[in-house]
Design a protein around this ligand. Structure first.
Ligand SMILES: [Zn+2]
Length: 155
């Protein structure tokens, strides 16, 4: 039987530090239940509980604080992983050495916001960049920074 049929009172939504929201639900028998706010809204709308093994809540615009109806959709777990994989694959940037546009690797994506040198499209660009620093060609960046954004073929 679903908790949805036994809701006595709902508190919230409360926003956590990571900006995700939840509600605290008091059931007829006095027990408490904490549910993610978007999940709760969707379950109310559907009139049933989501199957946690098969379905996940997805924020269409990736904004967890936006609980509006058209931002919430239900995806199967596999659809959700496919969507995340696609997002990762779609990030491109220009090589800071040769200017070529290329797809960022997973490790380059992780380093992107860390204020490091790069990204580089290839090992040879990393090499040329390093060489220019060694030859003192006027680059201000520290050579140690290069290692962090090193191009990886296995990504
Ligand atoms: Zn390059």
């Amino acid at each position: 039987m679903s908790y949805l049929d036994h809701i006595k009172k709902v508190y919230g939504p409360y926003t956590r530090k990571d900006n995700r929201q939840h509600v605290v639900i008091i059931l007829d028998d006095g027990s408490k239940k904490t549910v993610s706010y978007p999940k709760y809204l969707k379950e109310l709308e559907l009139g049933r509980e989501l199957d946690v093994n098969l379905e996940t809540i997805d924020h269409v615009n990736r904004n967890f604080t936006d609980g509006s109806e058209d931002n919430i959709q239900i995806l199967t777990r596999s659809e959700n992983s496919a969507k995340s994989a696609k997002r990762r694959a779609d990030v491109h940037d220009n090589c800071v050495w040769c200017g070529t546009r290329f797809k960022l690797s997973t490790s380059q994506l992780r380093n992107k916001s860390r204020d490091k040198a790069g990204p580089f499209c290839s090992r040879s660009c990393v090499g040329l960049y390093g060489k220019s620093l060694q030859n003192n060609c006027g680059e201000r960046l520290d050579r140690r920074d290069i290692k962090v954004t090193y191009y990886r073929n296995d990504d």
